[in-house]
Design a binder for this molecule. Sequence first.
Ligand SMILES: Nc1nc2c(c(=O)[nH]1)N[C@H]1C(S)=C(S)[C@@H](COP(=O)(O)OP(=O)(O)OC[C@H]3O[C@@H](n4cnc5c(N)ncnc54)[C@H](O)[C@@H]3O)O[C@H]1N2
Ligand SMILES: O=P(O)(O)OP(=O)(O)O
Length: 163
Amino acid sequence: MTAFRIAILTLSDKGARGEREDESGRILHQMSASLGTVDHYEIIADEADLITARLMEWCDCGELDLILTTGGTGVSPRDVTPQATQQVLDYEIPGMAEAMRAASLAKTPHAMLSRALVGVRGQTLIVNLPGSPKAVRENFEVILPALPHALAKLKGDPSDCAQ
Ligand SMILES: Nc1nc2c(c(=O)[nH]1)N[C@H]1C(S)=C(S)[C@@H](COP(=O)(O)OP(=O)(O)OC[C@H]3O[C@@H](n4cnc5c(N)ncnc54)[C@H](O)[C@@H]3O)O[C@H]1N2
Ligand SMILES: O=P(O)(O)OP(=O)(O)O
């Protein structure tokens, strides 16, 4: 299988100040290991300008297949990850975000508070995940089985889907 190139971006004010261990980023490193290698990893504060700048830089370098973000998807005043992500996307893949929310709703009603988006800029798939370690696990495990096919198709895999 192709080894995809991955980046992880943790959005957390406390994490960026060094006041909290990035448990959620660590979980994403572990869970994405079957897909490929993590080439970039960063923790930044919940600032829309910083988030859009980093997402654009990483997508436009042309070297990354997948960017996983964690944190800032909810409704707290500092939660800006979805609106920052929307600014950089060429298009959304609503079904992937809906699948994560639907599966998560079976676990907690709070799942409906996540505004996480999934979409594409250039040839890079961007996936927003909520911030808590539990939420990261429960959401990412939903889309993980579909990611090899999604990422291969994004790279232009011409093979027939109906197999
Ligand atoms: N499948 C699930 N989906 C969701 C859950 C869940 O438990 N299972 N929780 C829901 C809740 S509650 C909310 S609210 C929304 C949106 O969450 P956010 O993306 O806004 O989360 P944050 O405010 O960024 O973080 C919440 C909380 O998590 C801890 N945290 C955050 N970042 C880190 C980190 N890098 N390492 C360790 N812990 C972290 C911290 O206590 C924050 O206060 O999502 C629903 N979806
Ligand atoms: O410090 P953060 O941004 O991780 O978020 P919270 O205030 O929700 O703990």
